[in-house]
Design a protein around this ligand. Structure first.
Ligand SMILES: *[C@@H]1O[C@H](CO)[C@@H](O)[C@H](O)[C@H]1NC(C)=O
Ligand SMILES: *[C@@H]1O[C@H](CO)[C@@H](O)[C@H](O)[C@H]1NC(C)=O
Ligand SMILES: *[C@@H]1O[C@H](CO)[C@@H](O)[C@H](O)[C@H]1NC(C)=O
Ligand SMILES: *[C@@H]1O[C@H](CO)[C@@H](O)[C@H](O)[C@H]1NC(C)=O
Ligand SMILES: *[C@@H]1O[C@H](CO)[C@@H](O)[C@H](O)[C@H]1NC(C)=O
Ligand SMILES: *[C@@H]1O[C@H](CO)[C@@H](O)[C@H](O)[C@H]1NC(C)=O
Length: 932
């Protein structure tokens, strides 16, 4: 079979002749395989027998050669990279419509640009955002795989939106599947994005792929930690293998070699934890079992799958031999639609009456990725393109509007964007205006001036939104169509310097319109009709107004807003000043100003000291009306001017949130700067974690999660609810206070400087507490909200471990810092090693992992890699719901064995992909046909 591979790649300086059709013959054996060596220079066959084709006939993009230790595969010694601009760069591959494919893109950075920031950019398939490629190690290959049903004869893969570094690509591979493999009933609306494909009990670290797998799927070895961080392996997990061929009986199942190895939980269970890229989401998940051990007649192997939070699933029992109707035969139960979290902890646990532990050979988990159908104007614009197929601007590839529009198009921001502007001035266009242009119903601006277009001006009544039409400096003939006058929005019409003839339609002249029809020798105004208003016929004045109009409309377009030439809109396009809520002088809002005498009375002359911190000492007090207060006496140098002080305090007292300690008032007398806060009965979080035994050190995991949730809500409010944004700068466990109900509030936020509105950072003297201080802030002195996220990450680690942020003893020899210590453990999968022993076993491992992973994200060295506090909050809330469910399970531990088989239960009936929680329903599922 002859496969044509089209590279449609867009590069600004590309000569026309470079868009090539590169035909190549694929060998008989690899029908439907395309293996593209990006940046390569010659075709070659690799060690495993794959034929690679270079994209070297293209002179756009740039190629780089890299060298990475222990990576000798030729396709990974080169790559192609693209400018980090606002455009998209697409490869378009030929496919057979109605056929399923595996699409694989890989990225080995190899520090090709000697840049100290790693690239981050987006990859899309057609109009659908596929993934964001984030390089975090120069020597590790990032890989993305997608399974799709081709709906047309090409598929385009585009790189765009470089947020750091330059977009690049190492390989692009297409593998055609056979028959109904990976059929799902959602495949018209969803792609399957591959998250995990694991070969359990693998004999080496090497993945199994072609030629063992005829479709060249890559089955990762479970012995490689990198494979989705497959960690938390149960004690007693052992590898088993056989040489007996496994009867797989179908074309699409795992290769026999994958099925010949497995793991067995000799102590009764197999447990794993796995990171699922792109999740939470809806999954297509299948496990592959084959009995490959010789069990004696009195032995049995029966087990259940246990997923946290999904008790329904564990009702079904697997008995491989029975389910597969014999030994060495495949049994492949699966879920076609299952909601899964990012961190998946799963367990296969033997039933009490089983003599052998569970066994698993392989599994696959794919995420449903919703397709974006793209612009509804695709068909019309393709018609336009077909007229000019040799011009480089027709070859940009991908969707006209998504993820970013072609260079000569502008689109609306609707989910299904419409083309609103065509900008083809001076492109040497010849012939008639393609009639397909008039099918672009959303068109607002049309720029076709300065071409060599001939023929009549078409009827634009299909484009009722047209506002601006530039047809000047062409060779149009015929009349100026009267239908133009019917366009309700038309404001500017330029047809000068053409070969139009006849009369200017009177309705056009009477319209409120900028109209230029000069330079058309045979085009006349009907003499009796008086023109109104803005008719400009090539006079000097007219020309300058025209110029002005053009300049203004370009400026408006340039702003990227969907705004067009309309006088009042131009004004509104200027960003409106945000009202500065800090500057209000409304005395009603001011904080209460206490006299020193009042304070002295309230605190009984500063009798009871309840705390101290970086900013000063805190005393207990009680106001006359009985309200309890905390009085913070600031160190002398905290604030200089009295005016500044009261200003600042006024601002802070306006911040009200149930998770922020309320500032009630202040006192500024005799060199004293005093702040008066609401009193918090249960002291600081620090005391509860490490303090005296008076407080009992007894807060359990769910309580800790709730405290984290409260604090995160307070911080979120500072970051997102205040104008300007307030950055706390000194978050720590001693600044998280607990009220009577043990709900947490954040304190001391007022004492940080306020962030400058509209700027992402403010430079100021580094201030904070050792152990909590964002290293990036420390180095750069650039303070952002992500500095608070760092400190919050440290707090989360303290909540998990019950260890202080800095310690000389706790963390081992070379480590004083909780971050380094926790990172070491968490990244190697050993979370048990850091969990506070005081928590006992009263926590759910999955919720613990959730928090641990998020905490690590928070303490990433670079701010832009850290999540926002809102994301952290969401994760905490998820952990709380997991924990609550687990708690109920721990209490009412009724694991009633069910008669249902695993098979029937696993074939899920719920098909609502939109809903996050689509759990199994046994009744429904029995009625459903099997998944595969
Ligand atoms: C097409 O080619 C012209 C002339 O070489 C160049 O100026 C223009 O930028 C190219 N346009 C695109 C979209 O590549
Ligand atoms: C490269 O491979 C050699 C030999 O297998 C091994 O000793 C070495 O640690 C590897 N280096 C890296 C950076 O992986
Ligand atoms: C570009 O990437 C940034 C960061 O990943 C993302 O927030 C933004 O939505 C992306 N823009 C587009 C047009 O996809
Ligand atoms: C595809 O399916 C056909 C028939 O179903 C089979 O003969 C062929 O070997 C299959 N191809 C591969 C690569 O498995
Ligand atoms: C696992 O089983 C082995 C023997 O079957 C036993 O020695 C060992 O203590 C068990 N380990 C655990 C953690 O149960
Ligand atoms: C248009 O055509 C002329 C003559 O054929 C050529 O000189 C010019 O470079 C072309 N312009 C563009 C933008 O392709």
């Amino acid at each position: 079979m002859e496969t044509n591979l089209l590279f449609f790649l867009f590069f600004p300086s590309l000569p026309l002749s470079l868009f090539l059709l590169l035909p190549f013959s694929s060998s008989q054996i690899m029908q439907g395989f395309v293996s593209l060596d990006c940046g390569g220079s010659e075709s070659f066959t690799d060690d495993i027998g794959l034929d690679w084709t270079p994209d070297n006939k293209l002179t756009y993009g740039e190629i780089s050669t890299i060298s990475v230790v222990n990576e000798t595969r030729k396709q990974y010694t080169t790559l192609r990279h693209f400018p980090a601009d606002s455009r998209k760069y697409c490869y378009t591959l030929d496919v057979i419509s109605r056929t399923r494919y595996l699409l694989r893109a890989s990225f080995l950075y190899g520090n090709f640009d000697n840049n100290n920031v790693y690239p981050k950019f987006d990859i899309s398939v057609g109009a659908t955002h596929w993934s964001t490629i984030v390089i975090s190690d120069a020597n590790i290959i990032e890989m993305r795989e997608l399974i799709f049903l081709a709906s047309s004869s090409t598929v385009s893969v585009c790189l765009s939106n470089a947020t750091t570094g330059q977009p690049f690509i190492s390989t692009l591979e297409l593998r055609q599947f056979n028959g109904s493999i990976y059929y799902t009933q959602f495949e018209q609306q969803f792609y399957l994005s591959v998250s995990a494909r694991i070969n359990f009990g693998a004999e080496t670290d090497a993945p199994i792929r072609y030629p063992d797998d005829p479709f060249d799927r890559i089955w990762e070895s479970d012995s490689v930690k990198k494979a989705n961080y497959l960690v938390d392996v149960a004690v007693g997990t052992e590898k088993v293998s056989t040489n007996v061929p496994i009867l797989v009986n179908r074309d699409d199942v795992p290769p026999v070699k994958v099925m010949q190895t497995a793991v067995v939980g000799t102590n009764g269970s197999l447990t794993y934890r796995l990171n699922l890229d792109g999740f939470p989401g809806n999954a297509w998940a299948v496990t592959y079992f084959a009995e490959i051990e010789d069990l004696s007649p009195n032995e049995s192997r029966k087990f259940r799958l246990v997923l946290p939070g999904q008790p329904e699933i564990s009702k079904a029992i697997v008995n491989i031999e029975e389910n597969a109707f014999g030994k060495y035969r495949l049994y492949e139960p699966g879920f076609t639609n299952l909601s899964l979290p990012f961190v998946l902890s799963f367990k296969f646990a033997k039933t009490p009456d089983s003599s052998k532990g569970p066994l698993v050979n392989a599994m696959e988990i794919n995420k449903y990725l919703e397709k974006n159908d793209g612009s509804p104007d695709v068909e019309a614009i393709s018609g336009v393109l077909s007229h000019y197929s040799s011009a480089n601007w027709t070859q940009e590839g991908g969707d006209p509007c998504l993820p970013v529009p072609w260079s000569w198009i502008r689109c609306s921001s609707d989910p299904q964007p419409r083309i609103i502007s065509i900008l083809l001035s001076g492109k040497n266009l010849t012939g008639n205006i393609p009639s397909d242009i008039t099918k672009l119903v959303g068109l607002v601006e049309l720029w076709l001036d300065g071409n060599m277009l001939t023929g009549p001006i078409p009827d634009f009544t299909g484009c009722m939104d047209l506002k601006i039409i530039h047809l000047e400096n062409n060779q149009f003939n015929g009349v100026l169509p009267a239908s133009l006058a019917n366009l309700p929005s038309l404001r500017e019409l330029y047809v000068q310097n053409n070969m139009l003839s006849g009369e200017v339609p009177p309705h056009l002249l009477s319209k409120d319109l900028i109209l230029n029809y000069s330079g058309n020798t045979n085009l006349h105004k009907q003499s009796r009709i008086k023109s109104h208003m803005y008719i400009i016929i090539g006079s000097a004045v007219g020309a300058s107004v025209l110029l002005l109009a053009t300049v203004i409309s370009c400026l408006v377009i340039h702003k990227g807003k969907r705004r067009y030439y309309e006088k009042d809109h131009i004004v509104s396009a200027v960003p409106t000043q945000r009202p500065d809520s800090w500057k209000s002088d409304d005395p009603a809002e001011a904080a209460h100003c206490f006299s020193l005498a009042e304070i002295e009375t309230a605190t009984n002359n500063f009798e009871k000291r309840i705390g101290s911190g970086g900013f000063g000492i805190v005393y207990y007090g009680k106001l006359k009306e009985g309200k309890e207060i905390a009085v913070k006496v600031l160190r002398n140098n905290s604030y200089q001017g009295k005016r500044e002080f009261s200003n600042e305090v006024t601002l802070l007292s306006r911040i009200h949130h149930r998770n922020l300690v309320q500032l009630i008032g202040y006192c500024r007398e005799e060199e004293n700067s005093i702040l008066v806060y609401e009193f918090m009965h249960n002291g600081t979080l620090k005391e509860h974690l490490y303090g005296t035994l008076e407080h009992g050190r007894s807060i359990n995991w769910i309580k800790r999660l709730e405290i984290a949730e409260d604090a995160a809500k307070g911080i979120e409010y500072l970051h997102t609810g205040c104008v300007p944004v307030v950055i706390h700068r000194d978050l720590k466990t001693s600044n998280i206070l607990l009220d009577r109900q043990m709900r947490a509030k954040v304190s001391d936020f007022g004492l940080s400087k306020l962030a400058v509105d509209g700027v992402s950072h403010v430079s100021s003297i580094v201030r904070g507490t050792v152990g909590y201080l964002d290293p990036e802030y420390y180095i750069s002195q650039q303070l952002t909200d992500k500095s608070d996220v760092y400190s919050f990450g440290v707090i989360l680690l303290e909540l998990i471990s019950g260890q202080e942020a800095i310690s000389n003893e706790s963390f081992g020899l070379h480590c004083r810092n909780i971050v380094q210590w926790a990172k070491l453990h968490i990244e190697s999968g050993d979370i048990q090693g850091i969990i506070d022993p005081l928590l006992g076993s009263n926590y759910d491992l999955q919720s613990m992992w959730k928090i641990a992973e998020k905490a690590l994200m928070c303490v990433q060295p670079h701010g832009d890699m850290r999540p926002s506090i809102s994301e952290v909050l969401k994760e905490i809330q998820d952990a709380i719901s997991i924990e609550k469910e687990a708690e109920t399970l721990r209490e009412g531990n009724s694991d009633e064995a069910s008669r249902n088989s695993f098979q029937s239960s696993m074939n899920i009936g719920s098909m609502d992909l939109g809903r996050a929680e689509s759990f199994l329903s046994i009744d429904e599922s029995i009625a459903q046909p099997t998944a595969r």
